[in-house]
Design a protein around this ligand. Structure first.
Ligand code: UDP
Length: 393
């Protein structure tokens, strides 16, 4: 059997999170790594800028699914990936996260090609969220799962997944921030920083400001929730820099929502620029999973603008507070959210996302398994307490 690995990624944070893993795999596997881009994100500032800023090797194959609807994208992706899998015959196919792209794993299931899932076993236990459904589906289709924290592994075990299937690695976002940002590799010079602030109209860079990202369906496809997010911005005493996804910009205009005067709305920006803002802001308002992690690692307090989260540990560490856009907050409650998050800044926390070696661990384990294909075979979930069916070894 070949030791060819197919790696399928498709959105902005995938490139960021796998930026240290891809070169490692490429170095060891050479032509036997087939890096496929699903085409879920395709514009320059949601895709190409991350490859170039982080020097990530470009995908070998780029699918171009129909992106006019979520279902068209998923259907096209399964079909396109199925054809590629038949042609390339990899020993296993690796996915990351909980997006439309990971549903490509259904093509692997249909062809009985082992599935590997990075970022496995995270759960919000909120079945309203498509991402919760996607991550549950891929975990239960997977043969090997890389889980970031022991608590996530426990969640997988509670669903009947087998302990031999789940490897705890730490969170690669810690590696990424250490390697690129803390080391100074992608820091902006003070002049470029000044220019960035001028371009974003932040004014004097010594004045405190807040940063915001907001793109989740439950927030931007629901006018009431989006209005409440804007009310939270209005109650912030600072200017709020908001690199907004195109969908969010569309929703603001479709719902006729006039952004508050302290909101500095701009198109999505590059990672170098975003990390400078995240590191330099007083706090961040966000519904993004990755931004909450990055903020916790950088020591920036955050407000998670979500009813539920698959990253509850940031609340326990005192790194984040919750704002729930399904609730109508009074003006004084909105002010209280800002007071609470400002108070977090005066206390420090120690994040427990990992030691900066997660990418290395994932690569090492994957390469070992590729050299020993029987270890790519998953184990049947035992749910009822019966570990194995009669014929399973
Ligand atoms: N990010 C960026 N530019 C921006 C907004 C976000 O580089 O204008 C980065 C951010 O640092 C994080 C990732 O994009 O690494 C988050 O992406 P997103 O919120 O779309 O995804 P999620 O984490 O919610 O899946």
């Amino acid at each position: 059997m070949s030791n060819r690995l197919m790696l399928v990624l498709g959105i902005r944070p995938d490139v960021i999170r796998a930026s240290l893993l891809i070169p490692r795999l490429k170095q060891s596997l050479g032509q036997n790594l087939i890096f496929v881009w699903s085409g879920q994100h395709y514009s320059h500032n949601l895709k190409d800028v991350f490859f170039s800023q982080l020097s990530v090797p470009k995908p070998d194959i780029e699918l171009q699914p129909d992106t006019k609807s979520e279902t068209a994208l998923i259907g096209n992706l399964i079909e396109g990936l199925g054809q590629l899998l038949l042609r390339e015959q990899p020993a296993a196919c690796c996915f990351l996260g909980d997006t439309n792209t990971v549903l490509g794993s259904l093509a692997c299931a249909s062809l009985n090609i082992p599935v590997i899932h990075i970022e496995g076993c995270m759960r919000s236990y909120d079945w309203r969220m498509p991402e919760e459904k996607y991550r549950t589906v891929i975990d239960h289709l997977s043969d090997v799962i890389y889980a970031y924290l022991p608590a996530y592994k426990e969640q997988g075990l509670a669903e009947g997944l087998d302990t031999r299937q789940i490897v705890v690695t730490g969170n690669p976002i810690v590696d990424v921030i250490d390697h690129y940002f803390r080391s100074g590799k992608i820091r902006l010079s003070s002049q470029s920083r000044r220019e960035l602030f001028r371009r974003l109209n932040v004014g004097d860079q010594n004045q405190p400001f807040a940063l915001m990202t907001c793109h989740r369906r439950e927030n931007v496809e629901n006018p009431t929730s989006l209005r409440r997010v804007m009310n939270l911005v209005r109650a912030c005493g600072y200017q709020v820099v908001f690199p907004a996804s195109y969908r969010t910009q569309r929703s603001l205009s479709e719902f006729g929502i006039t952004p508050p005067s302290n909101l500095l709305l701009t198109d999505p920006i590059g990672y170098v620029e975003f990390l400078e803002l995240l590191d330099g802001c007083a706090y961040v308002l966000t519904d993004s999973g990755t931004v909450v992690e990055e903020a916790a690692v950088l020591g920036t307090p955050s407000v998670q603008m979500r009813l539920s989260t698959e990253r509850p540990e940031v609340y326990e560490w005192g790194a984040s507070i919750k704002f729930d856009p399904t609730i109508d907050y009074s003006p004084s409650e909105l002010l209280h959210v800002h007071e609470e998050v400002k108070a977090l800044a005066s206390r420090s926390w120690t994040h427990q996302f990992g030691d900066g070696k997660a990418s290395e661990r994932i690569a090492e384990d994957l390469l070992l398994r590729l050299n020993n294909p029987s270890t790519l075979k998953g184990h049947k979930p035992h749910g009822s307490g019966k570990p194995f069916s009669r014929n399973w070894q």
